[in-house]
Design a protein around this ligand. Structure first.
Ligand code: ADE
Ligand code: ZN
Length: 348
């Protein structure tokens, strides 16, 4: 474990979460409760047996079970309850702002109307204890025409959505497949992000930047395989929304000690820490911070930088960013003064 002072700081520092799939926050207990409420049959007999199935070989083996879990979501209240539970949990980790991904096609394909999905999630965000906004993701294993149709369906709800993303099975579905729909979203003034370089090659990060014009890369950990790309990401300070527990659970890295988080930071990249699908990967925001800091030689200055990056890379208005950053810097000024005083007392 990181020392007690560092653990406390990791827990208490204000932070933003920029990579959370709301369907991935659906805990097994809530899956069973919603299944019962909606009369949906599950392939598992108990919460316990469902949780035991959470052992993954790769991204696809996770996605199969993740989409099955989402099948219990039918009504606006279901989407509200799932989102409210996440926001309450995130607040306990001192997440002050969340930019929440949702996968409408997972639900509209089952006959759930788009407005049921968006209104339920959005209403919880209005009521929630923390600031939150919504990013609508297109499923990359489906066609671009289906993504375009999804965008059209969402247009009446444009005011509730700040941006779009690209998720689901990465390999074999390069960003360029979605160039037209992302261009249309850019014209609509939506923020743009995409998963790239999680399982896919560094070339997917490059095409996400050049052909989709994304502002952040979700995951992006494979960028280090390409030194030219790494230099570019550092120069342009393109944020990477890294998800340490996810990367280990989905076998991107064999164990946390092999995660390249410190190398990414040392390369000057704008790295952030996030939970991805916390109900499936063993922990929310602070569990991700603690696991990474336990396994890697990371200290106070890294914690400060990671939390700063989370606000800087967010899509918050400049004034809100400034306020969160000032609050964060004050926490670290106090922590640094305490650490210095403790060291002086110990030496003296
Ligand atoms: N959907 C939910 N989690 C995902 C991940 N880690 N990668 C791609 N798509 C996802
Ligand atoms: Zn993700």
């Amino acid at each position: 474990m990181p020392n007690e002072q560092l653990q406390n700081i990791l827990q208490q520092m204000p932070k933003a979460e920029l990579h959370i799939h709301i369907e991935g926050s659906l805990e097994p207990e809530l899956i069973f409760e919603l299944a019962q409420r909606n009369g949906v049959a599950l392939a598992y007999k108990s919460v316990e047996s469902l949780r035991n199935a959470y052992a993954f070989d790769n991204l696809q083996s996770f996605l199969d079970i993740y989409y099955a879990g989402a099948s219990v979501l039918l009504t606006e209240q279901d989407f509200y309850d799932m989102t409210a539970a996440y926001l309450r949990r995130a607040a306990l980790d001192n997440v002050r702002h969340a930019e929440i991904f949702f996968d409408p096609q997972t639900h509209t394909a089952r006959g759930v109307p788009m407005h049921t999905v968006v209104d339920g999630i959005w209403r919880a965000c209005q009521d929630g204890p923390i600031s939150a906004s919504l990013i609508m993701c297109f499923l990359r294993h489906l066609s671009e025409d289906e993504a375009l149709a999804t965008l059209e369906e969402a247009l009446p709800l444009r005011g509730k959505i700040i941006g779009v993303g690209l998720d689901s099975s990465e390999l074999g579905h390069p960003p360029e497949k979605f160039a037209r729909v992302f261009e249309r979203c850019r014209q609509l003034g939506l923020h743009l992000v995409a998963h790239a370089g999680e399982e896919g090659p560094p070339a997917y990060i490059e095409t996400a930047l050049d052909l989709l014009n994304v502002e952040r890369i979700d995951h992006g950990v494979r960028c280090l395989e390409d030194p030219v790309l790494t230099k570019r990401l550092a120069r342009e300070q393109i944020a990477l929304t890294v998800c340490p527990l996810s990367n280990v659970k989905l076998r991107v890295f064999d164990h946390m000690g092999q995660h390249n988080l410190l190398d990414l930071l040392d390369a000057g990249l704008a790295v952030t820490i996030n939970s991805d699908d916390p109900a499936y990967f063993g922990g929310y925001m602070n569990a991700n911070f603690l696991a990474a800091f336990e396994a890697l030689p990371l200290g106070l200055s890294h914690a400060h930088r990671l939390a700063r990056n989370s606000f800087t890379a967010s899509f918050l208005e400049p004034e809100a960013k400034r306020d969160f950053l000032a609050e964060l810097d004050a926490v670290f000024a106090t922590a640094t003064a305490t650490a210095t005083a403790t060291a002086t007392a110990t030496v003296g």
